[in-house]
Design a protein around this ligand. Structure first.
Ligand code: KIV
Length: 287
């Protein structure tokens, strides 16, 4: 009997080994069905806490709970079989101590089936990254523009456009690599600095708004599908699903109002041999 072997999921060490090799392709995913559609084309799917803003209409990522991340993370894992699935640790679930981070990362991994987590922060999170990786949890780091720090940053601003910011960001990149992160997201970063960090550290850099100099790229799926009415400068819309959805809804409304939908092909009749019980009316009287 021939047994078809299931293709194994890409692992965190396999992503790490892609340093200076084939560019790493990553996208965010929040649900099973879109994850299933995009998986054949990507190496890594990130269940990002951006889902709070994109899916749930929150103003920032700060209100996102661990439970919400677990719910979406489990959906993405169920919808996929090959890509590495990384789940974001939401604000407040890891900053207090390495122990808190470990407890919550374990919950994410056990309850979603994902195989890695992501957290924001450079030098300040190095001890935590080391604590997690030493205990079997692959960590993707995230430096540069870190949306969970929106209140201390005073908004979302591109990192590294002034040379006097470089030293701290270099230390961040070196610290997360030394602590054992298998890769690091560089978000919203001037190209010369992203290029420098990519050369400087031994783990892959995955850019979002950080230029083509990185070892890989990630975008928020809904942004690149044209579903964000105000996308950032770094987003390329590879499709315009916003227009497709709006015109499909318009066509549906028109079909319902004109009673051209549902038509015969979308309507159930009776079985051909159906017999009418005595006394039963059959002329669509609702009985
Ligand atoms: O939450 C998210 O989608 C992210 C990406 C922007 C990297 O962190």
């Amino acid at each position: 009997m021939s047994q078809k072997r299931k293709q194994a999921r890409i692992t965190a060490p396999e992503i790490q080994a892609r340093k200076n090799a084939r560019p790493i392709v990553a996208l965010t995913a929040y649900h099973a069905h879109t994850a299933r559609l995009i998986e054949p084309h990507v190496d890594l799917l990130l269940v990002g806490d951006s889902l709070g803003m994109v899916m749930h209409g929150m103003e920032t990522t700060l209100p996102v709970s661990l439970e919400l991340m677990i719910m979406h993370g489990a959906a993405v894992v169920r919808g996929t079989s090959r890509a590495l699935v990384v789940v974001d640790m939401p604000f407040g679930s890891y900053e207090e101590s390495p122990q808190q981070a470990f407890r919550n990362a374990v919950r994410i991994i056990k309850e979603t089936g994902c195989t890695a987590v992501k957290l924001e922060g450079g030098q300040r999170m190095a001890e935590t990254i080391h604590f997690l990786t030493a205990r079997g949890i692959p960590v993707m780091a995230h430096i540069g523009l870190t949306p969970q720090s929106v209140n201390t940053m005073g908004g979302y601003r591109v990192a590294g456009r002034e040379y006097d910011e470089w030293e701290a960001l270099e230390q961040d990149a070196l610290a997360v690599a030394k602590a054992g992160a298998f890769s690091v997201v560089l978000e919203g970063m001037a190209e010369p600095l992203a290029a420098r960090l990519t050369k400087m550290i031994s783990i892959p850099t995955i850019g979002i708004g950080a230029s083509a100099a990185c070892d890989g790229q990630i975008l928020v799926l809904e942004d690149m599908l044209g579903l964000n009415p105000a996308p950032a400068k770094f987003v390329r819309e590879f499709a315009n699903l916003g227009a497709v959805i709006a015109s499909a809804a318009e066509a549906y409304a028109e079909a319902v109002r004109s009673r051209s939908f549902p038509s015969r092909e979308h309507t159930y009749g009776m079985k051909r041999q159906a017999t009418v019980p005595k006394g039963r009316k059959t002329d669509g009287d609702g009985s």
